[in-house]
Design a protein around this ligand. Structure first.
Ligand SMILES: C[S@@+](CC[C@H](N)C(=O)[O-])C[C@H]1O[C@@H](n2cnc3c(N)ncnc32)[C@H](O)[C@@H]1O
Length: 211
C-alpha cells in the first residue's frame, strides 16, 4: 500500500507525518527490516505507515505496544487497521501500565525483532530501561530508532512538581549518550531531525587464547 493512501486516510491525526514515514521507509528498506517493534502508538498513525511499508516490501509483522487507554482513542489503532485493510500486518498490544512489562514477557518467550521504534514514555526510567530490554530482543544487526531526541518535560503542566533539572533534561538524549554510547554492542549511526538511529553490532567470535 502506498504511504500516500495512509496519509489521505489519517488526515491530520497525530503523530507521524508522511515526510517522517518516507524517511522511515528508507531506513527499513536499506536494512531489510521486517520484524518490527513499536513502543507507543497512540492512534496508530505511525503503525499504519509501518504496516503499509511491510505491505509494499512484501511481508512482515509490526508488534506495537501502548497503554490500555489507547483503546479509547477515536479512531483507535484497531479501527484504523481495519479501515485500511492492514490488520494482518499489525499486532497491537494494550498494556495495563507500561510496555516495560510486556517486554519482559517477550524476553521470556524468546521473541526477536530487527527494528524498534521507541516513541513513548520519554522519561529516564522508561527510556533507559526500555533500551536494555529492547537490546535483549534485537537480532544482531537490528536497529533502534529513538524519536523526540531533544524533547523535555519543561513547561508541561503535569511536570510542574518534577525537579527543575529533570524537567530540563532530555531523557532520550541522555539514554543515547550514556547508555547507547557506552554499550559495546551498539554503533550510533546518526542523529537527525529529532530522530536517532543505532545498530546492534554482530557478536565477534571468541578467539582461542594461546599460551
Ligand atoms: C507520541 S505518542 C506515539 C505516537 C505514534 N508513534 C505516532 O507517531 O503516531 C506516545 C504514546 O506512548 C504511550 N506511552 C507512554 N509511556 C508508555 C509506557 N510506559 N507504556 C506504554 N505506552 C506508553 C502513550 O500512551 C502514547 O500513546
Amino acid at each position: 500500500m502506498e504511504l500516500q493512501t495512509v496519509a489521505d486516510h489519517v488526515g491530520d491525526l497525530p503523530y507521524m507525518t508522511l515526510k517522517k514515514a518516507e524517511r522511515l521507509r528508507t531506513i527499513l528498506r536499506k536494512y531489510g527490516c521486517s520484524q518490527l517493534l513499536e513502543l507507543g502508538f497512540f492512534h496508530g498513525v505511525s503503525s499504519m505507515y509501518m504496516a503499509a511499508m511491510l505491505d509494499e516490501m512484501g511481508g512482515g509483522t509490526l508488534t506495537t505496544i501502548d497503554k490500555v487507554i489507547a483503546k479509547d482513542k477515536s479512531p483507535n489503532i484497531e479501527e484504523l487497521a481495519n479501515e485500511l485493510g492492514l490488520a494482518g500486518y499489525v499486532q497491537p498490544i494494550f498494556e495495563e501500565r507500561t510496555y516495560l512489562w510486556r517486554l519482559m514477557k517477550f524476553i521470556e518467550e524468546g521473541r526477536k525483532f530487527d527494528f524498534c521504534y521507541l516513541d513513548g514514555g520519554h522519561n529516564w526510567s522508561d527510556t533507559g530501561f526500555a533500551f536494555y530490554l529492547v537490546d535483549q530482543l534485537l537480532v544482531d544487526g537490528g536497529l533502534i530508532l529513538f524519536d523526540d531526541f531533544n524533547w523535555t518535560a519543561e513547561g508541561k503542566p503535569w511536570a510542574a512538581k518534577m525537579p527543575i533539572e529533570e524537567q530540563k533534561t532530555s531523557p532520550v538524549e541522555r539514554t543515547w549518550e550514556l547508555l547507547v554510547g557506552n554499550h559495546p554492542r551498539y554503533k550510533r549511526l546518526w542523529v537527525k531531525g529529532g530522530w536517532a538511529l543505532a545498530r546492534k553490532k554482530r557478536k565477534l567470535p571468541l578467539l582461542p587464547i594461546r599460551y
